[in-house]
Ligand binder design. Structure first.
Ligand SMILES: Cc1ncc(C[n+]2csc(CCOP(=O)(O)OP(=O)(O)O)c2C)c(N)n1
Length: 589
């Protein structure tokens, strides 16, 4: 591995070797990929490289694994694939990473420069296709440009607001020989993300907090990306501010702390949703007033002034008017805020909000999640997910698919640290969990259990990657909450389309997941009833040296509550199915 400047050393390399040397120079340890025609030159020097390559079964798997790795570690996840259909198979994952600000570097092969634009075999305009879903991309035009393009892309991916980047390299560029040089510095005059917050704004934010009566920290995924958990904890506890953590931020403030109010949003905890509605100040940290959090924007947090800290200036004022805007890295800005507090005595900016804190605690106590687990033995999905948590515990990382199981997993597991919860929040990508969990496991290593909690629909979108986990010895625990339906869609059809179910049934027995486990040569466990939960999970827990599949046959009728119906005001939150039915009865339906 070398980060040295070899300029002038005149070491002759091929473009393909330059790709590998660049990755090594950046300290990349693992790449997720799949070979093919245009990228094939790069697969040859890979044989001798100081890099682990994880061979996936579908390129979508490669990019989701890179995302999972990046989510779990904070480092850039790297994937490498060939041109045309392989590159277009990355599109969903790149869009996903773009929405959730995940640093991913994709390297794609391209047809030879002379063939570009000729509809050559496996040609696709990949930089064109991915322009709106990458933070930056580049079609490399010469071998001399390879190292610079990769180094710059890597820098852009992880700096400022992180995101996916793509470097597209024509095959003849990969085959050309040239004198290797590793650029010493990244020099991008047009790209200088603001890191430090403005001092005046920092003081104004503290003054607003000091004067507030019902402040809430609205903590978003940007805090996780910035690795700002410690600073958040110090800041919130120092001033005694209640904290809500969004779907993307679960764990960045520990759910177990008395200031934790829960998750806001469409399927948030009642206390999280209502605390924001009643607040007179939102201290918004790395969050973006997403529609799933705000519901009807006009009636969202109607009494609140807003402090908004975000590294991306485009987010500030995008959806909600802001009283104190602070552009900067949220970790750095929290450090600045804490520094001001350090210079004063402890009470200087602490608002006098005992009554508010007590009210928020009451909201939490009086409106817990309601899970009616019947004695009949029928397994409620929340009970299964809770048991999964009790089995693998706080040390594990949990990765969800998209649907009801995702929301239950976000609701019922008490997260205590950032990067402990990984999901596809912005794009809502079914099929995310299996590959993302594999990537996360590669990132966190053998000692930390990684548990995928997937739906039966999601699982069937990407379970071919079980072979990747087996082949590369990546012992993920794959849990499938099998309700025999595309449950979340079924829930909406039930609630908003008079229970007219349209194309949402998936046979619970097809495929037989135990045979799938068998086919991949991994242990499989099926839990049919509540009584079987503990003993079966204890057996699954014993297996730490290979992937394992656990299927839960759960009550298909269970719905996710609380729920704010799409487009409604957060004030209209419905806490339970009973409350929904009572409302329908009152409306004469
Ligand atoms: C790629 C993709 N296609 C379609 C959807 C729409 N969608 C959202 S949730 C859902 C159902 C998911 O079903 P399942 O994986 O079984 O999970 P459940 O909701 O039953 O827990 C669907 C179809 C989506 N989010 N992503």
């Amino acid at each position: 591995m070398s980060g040295d400047n070899h300029a002038g050393a005149a070491e002759l390399v091929t473009g393909a070797q330059a790709v590998i040397k660049s990755l090594e120079a950046l300290g990349v340890e693992v790449v997720f990929g799949y070979p093919g025609g245009a990228i094939m030159p790069a697969y040859d020097p890979l044989i001798d490289a100081d890099l682990q390559h994880v061979l996936v079964r579908h390129e979508q798997g490669a990019v989701h694994m890179a995302e999972g790795y990046a989510h779990a570690t904070g480092r850039v996840g790297v994937c490498i694939v060939t041109s045309g259909p392989a590159a277009t198979n990355l599109v969903t994952g790149l869009a996903d990473a773009h929405m959730d600000s995940i640093p991913v570097l994709a390297i794609t092969g391209q047809v030879a420069r002379s063939a570009i634009g000729s509809d050559a075999f496996q040609e696709a305009d990949v930089t064109g296709i991915t322009m709106p879903i990458t933070k930056h991309n580049e079609l490399v035009q010469s071998p001399e440009r390879i190292a610079g393009a990769i180094k710059e892309a890597y820098h852009v991916a992880q700096s400022g607001r992180p995101g996916p980047v793509l470097v597209d390299i024509p095959k003849d560029v990969l085959n050309a020989t040239f004198a290797w040089a590793w650029p010493e510095r990244v020099d991008l005059p047009g790209y200088r993300p603001t890191v430090r917050g403005h001092g005046k704004m920092i003081r104004e934010a503290l003054q607003l907090i000091a004067a507030s009566e019902r402040p809430v920290i609205y903590a978003g995924g940007g805090l996780v990306r910035a690795g700002a958990g410690e600073e958040l904890f110090a800041f919130a506890t120092r001033l005694g501010l209640p904290v809500v953590t969004t779907l993307m931020a679960r764990g960045i403030f520990p759910d177990t702390h008395e200031l934790a109010v829960g998750m806001p949003g469409m399927h948030g905890h009642y206390s999280g949703v209502i605390a924001l509605q009643e607040a007179d100040l939102l201290v918004t940290l790395g969050a973006r007033f997403d529609d799933r959090v705000t519901g009807d924007l006009d009636s969202f947090a109607p009494h609140a002034k807003v402090v908004h800290v975000d590294v991306d200036p485009a987010e500030i004022g995008k959806n909600r008017a802001v009283d104190v805007p602070i552009v900067g890295d949220v970790k750095v800005v929290l450090g600045q805020l804490l520094k001001v507090l350090d210079d004063k005595d402890d009470t200087a900016f602490a608002p006098a909000i005992d009554a508010w804190r007590e009210h928020v605690r009451d909201l939490k106590r009086d409106h817990p999640l309601r899970v009616d687990q019947p004695d009949t033995g029928v397994l409620k999905p929340q009970t299964a997910i809770r048991a999964v948590y009790e089995t693998w515990g706080d040390e594990a990382v949990y990765v969800a698919g998209v649907g009801q199981h995702q929301m239950w997993s976000a609701q019922v597991i008490p997260y205590t640290r950032g990067r402990q919860w990984i999901n596809s929040g912005g794009l809502g990508t079914m099929g995310f969990a299996v590959p993302a969990a594999i990537g996360a496991k590669v990132g966190v290593g053998r000692d930390t259990p990684v548990v995928a909690i997937d739906g039966d629909g999601c699982f069937q979108m990407t379970f071919q990657e079980l072979a990747t986990a087996v082949q590369h010895d990546i012992p993920v625990i794959f849990c499938v909450v099998n309700n025999g339906y595309l449950g979340m869609v079924r829930q909406w059809q039930h609630l908003f389309y008079d229970d007219r179910l349209s194309q949402v049934a998936l046979p619970q027995d097809c495929p037989d997941l135990m045979k799938i486990a068998d086919a991949y040569g991994i242990p499989g466990f099926r839990v049919m009833t509540v009584d079987e939960l503990d003993t079966t999970l204890a057996k699954a827990r014993e297996i730490t040296d290979q992937p394992v599949l656990v299927e839960f046959r759960v009550d298909p009728d269970e719905m996710v509550f609380p729920m704010v119906p799409g487009g409604a005001s957060n004030d209209d939150i419905i806490e339970s199915a009973d409350e929904w039915r009572a409302r329908l009865a009152r409306a004469g339906r």
